[in-house]
Design a binder for this molecule. Structure first.
Ligand code: SF4
Length: 333
């Protein structure tokens, strides 16, 4: 496989509140490759979105990256560690949008209601290019057509509230790709959409990825979306990656009890009528009451006494497949 475009190495991002420290991301590592989709999956509060914000250096206070590296291979081939860049410096602002595009879950909170979508797109295009306003407008129409907005030369003068949820998400994707980035981070891009629109947006992301050889990082709580879209998967729990590997291994030979629980909770059309959907026992602990030992132990059906005191280390269990669980490690007595 070619060199990754983006490598996250042992990233720790913590929030320092008066009540204590929240270890939102607690040592995660992964690579993004051109033309491939990495799915990051886990329940709410497992650190998926903070990982994305850390990459873009937009973590809000009182959060900050405590340690780790985020290595980005730029369009000219040079590698930069984003952790070392000032968050509001010229370089980081150029990388946001220029090298890494971002699509959020809720376009209404990202698109301004006071400006037409055309003006917002033109601004995004001119931020990363020297195009004149008329040329940027022509490019904006092209982008709207590329993401499947009907009658783009008329729709460009619409406001976001005049569009459906699906069309707004298409506009967000056009904005994210305005400066031709090589990496696209999509944070729950379809969660707020109905099932049909969800399928259309996922198909759009897949098509654009193929046309542009994009490296896609897809954040979701939905294993169904992962099955549909991902080549590689990272399963996160309480800021830690508990299992990672190729999508086939994760679905057909999952090892970590949390991954198995997530898979059991996928609704199936083959299920008996009126049968109960399996859920994961318990709930995610309060951020200030993180359990010792394995963070999943209070909810784990396979826990052993060692799990309450000893943090499992990640071990390789197959080709590109690793997990962090005492079931697969030999722990000193
Ligand atoms: Fe369960 Fe123990 Fe494995 Fe944690 S380390 S997932 S508690 S078996």
């Amino acid at each position: 496989m070619a060199d990754p475009i983006l490598s996250v190495r042992n990233l720790h991002t913590h929030f320092f509140a008066d009540e204590g420290v929240v270890r939102a991301v607690d040592g995660t590592s992964f690579d993004l490759h051109s033309g491939r989709t990495l799915g990051i999956v886990g329940e709410s509060g497992c650190g998926k979105s903070v990982t994305a914000k850390s990459i873009l250096r937009i973590v809000e206070r009182p959060g900050r990256i405590v340690s780790g590296e985020i290595l980005l291979r730029r369009k000219n081939g040079s590698v930069v560690d984003l952790v070392t860049l000032p968050t509001d410096g010229v370089e980081m602002r150029g990388i946001r949008g220029g090298n890494i595009g971002l699509v959020f879950q809720e376009p209404m909170s990202s698109l301004s209601a006071f400006h037409t979508i055309g003006n917002q797109l033109i601004e995004a295009i001119r931020l990363h290019s020297r195009l004149t306003k008329p040329a940027a407008r022509a490019r904006a129409v092209e982008l709207l057509a590329m993401v499947g907005i009907p009658r783009p030369s008329q729709r460009i003068d619409s406001y976001s509230f005049e569009l459906s949820g699906g069309l707004r998400q298409r506009v967000m994707i056009a904005m994210a790709l305005a400066a031709e980035p090589r990496v696209l981070i999509a944070d729950e891009p379809t969660t707020a959409l109905d099932v049909t629109t969800q399928a259309q947006i996922l198909e759009l992301i897949r098509r654009l990825q193929q046309e542009r050889d994009l490296a896609v990082m897809l954040i979701t709580h939905d294993m169904g979306v992962i099955a549909e879209m991902a080549d590689d998967v990272v399963v996160m729990y309480l800021g830690k990656e508990v299992e990672k590997g190729p999508v086939d291994a994760i679905f057909h030979a999952p090892r970590h009890p949390y991954t198995k629980s997530l898979l059991r909770s996928i609704p199936s059309v083959l299920a008996e009528p009126r049968s109960r959907l399996a859920t994961i026992t318990g709930s995610i602990p309060h951020p200030f009451a993180r359990p010792g030992g394995c963070p999943f132990h209070p909810r784990c059906p396979d826990r052993m006494s060692v799990c309450e005191t000893s943090v499992p280390q990640e071990i390789v269990i197959g080709e590109n497949h690793a997990t962090a669980c005492h079931l697969y490690t030999r722990v000193p007595a």
